[in-house]
Design a protein around this ligand. Structure first.
Ligand SMILES: *Cc1c(COP(=O)(O)O)cnc(C)c1O
Length: 403
């Protein structure tokens, strides 16, 4: 077993060697610009891009022409939300989202508020679920977009996306979902789930960083008759690449890698998700057997196969991380933001600051082994016990004995 063990796959996944292999020729011999129409270098690149587009579309049951390449899910979220807001401003100025969304959604909505848009940020329940009835009640005559993520990057909770999409459609409101964590990990079908726009990114599914896509529905269903196509205002203007929706020379090797990553995920998802759930449960059970007062954050069943978010009372997440230099995982404090505080996602669950600060997130991936899981469990148990021995509150509570 090689140290450190990587278990932070909700932040990014390792690149699958098969993905890298597919990409390599597009850095070297086939380096053409996919927009070059006058020679074979361009043709070869364009052909590779279109092959990848088909594979990406196939993973989410879309049509290839409904896929717009972007620089990742952050850019896709910006393009979807701002693009719809600006295009449909004449119909209304109201957007609905939720407290636990990724910052690229929340901050895009915040920015739109300064430009005259109204934003409703829905609460979630203790598992991080948005209630479709709350979406229904929040829709007004001014609502043009509902944007709710499919699966949470922090707590792994999977939203009732199909139901939320049905509510939006029933009221002829467009529905966007940030599926960065969901695509490639759990079944994700834009037709079955009533989705109009979806953001995805290669580096959360064993592809390269800096390549993503936005799915945009072409043919609207009946209730949108007056509005036969979803239209967007681009946020990046230039040579008209991607139907004018996202100008700039395409990242051909990245796109090829993205396509291969999607193809592998689609093929291997049934076995892979079973394997990851087994590994995740092995990790949880090993820890919970030896440590008392450990709580699971997020939904116990409706959760990503690869996400385990745990709160250890009387042991700070940040201290657990610092003690375990040979394990790459993350804590429930927003140490990546300007003002350190508890994670806003955990706070939205209503679990309180203390439990949020006591939380850590494990993100398993395709290449993790049982041996690694057992190592991580053992190390975490040792560290939590040690930290609790140093916690006056824990010693008071337990009378000095470690359960
Ligand atoms: C990682 C992630 C993003 C951002 O994707 P990038 O490709 O890194 O920009 C957005 N939303 C969710 C849910 C994510 O997990």
């Amino acid at each position: 077993m090689k140290l450190p063990v990587y278990m932070d796959s909700n932040a990014t996944t390792p690149v699958d060697p098969r993905v890298l292999e597919a990409m390599m020729p597009y850095f070297t011999e086939h380096f053409g610009n996919a927009a070059s129409k006058t020679h074979s270098f361009g043709w070869k690149a364009e052909e590779a891009v279109e092959t990848a587009r088909r594979k990406i579309a196939a993973l989410i049951n879309a049509k290839p022409r409904e896929i717009i390449f972007t620089g990742g899910a952050t850019e896709s979220n910006n393009l979807a939300i701002r693009g719809i807001a600006e295009m449909y401003r004449y119909k209304g100025n109201h957007i609905i989202t939720a407290q636990t969304e990724h910052k690229s959604v929340l901050n895009t909505c915040e920015r739109l508020k300064t430009e005259g848009f109204e934003v409703t940020v829905l609460p979630v329940d203790k598992y991080g679920l948005v209630d479709p009835d709350d979406v229904r009640s929040a829709i007004t005559g001014e609502t043009i977009l509902v944007t709710i993520m499919t699966a949470s990057n922090e707590i792994g909770t999977i939203a009732p996306v199909k139901e939320i999409g049905a509510v939006a459609r029933e009221r002829s409101v467009l529905f966007h979902t940030d599926a960065a964590q969901a695509a490639g990990k759990i079944p994700f079908d834009v037709e079955e789930m009533n989705i109009d726009l979806a953001s995805i990114t290669a580096h959360k599914m064993y592809g390269p960083k800096g390549t993503g896509a936005l799915y945009v529905r072409h043919e609207m269903v009946d209730s949108h008759k007056e509005n036969p196509r979803v239209k967007l205002k681009p946020i990046i203007n230039g040579g008209g690449h991607e139907g004018g929706m996202c100008s700039g020379t395409l990242n051909v090797p990245g796109i090829v890698g993205f396509g291969t990553a999607c193809e592998i995920c689609q093929k291997e998802m049934p076995q892979e998700s079973k394997r990851l759930i087994a590994l995740r449960d092995r990790l949880y059970n090993a820890i919970a057997e030896k440590i008392d007062e450990v709580y699971l954050n997020g939904h116990p069943v409706k959760r990503l196969p690869n996400n385990l978010n745990l709160a250890f009372l009387y042991a700070e997440g940040q201290s657990i991380l610092m003690d375990l230099k040979n394990i790459a995982f993350s804590s429930g404090s927003a140490c990546n933001s300007a003002k350190p505080g508890p994670s806003y996602v955990l706070m939205a669950l209503g679990i309180g600051e203390e439990r949020a600060f006591n939380s850590v997130r494990f993100g398993l991936h395709r290449f993790n082994t049982e041996e690694e899981v057992d190592y991580v469990a053992e190390e975490v148990i040792k560290t939590v016990k040690k930290l609790r021995q140093m916690s006056p509150l824990y010693m008071l509570r337990s009378g000095g004995s470690q359960g």
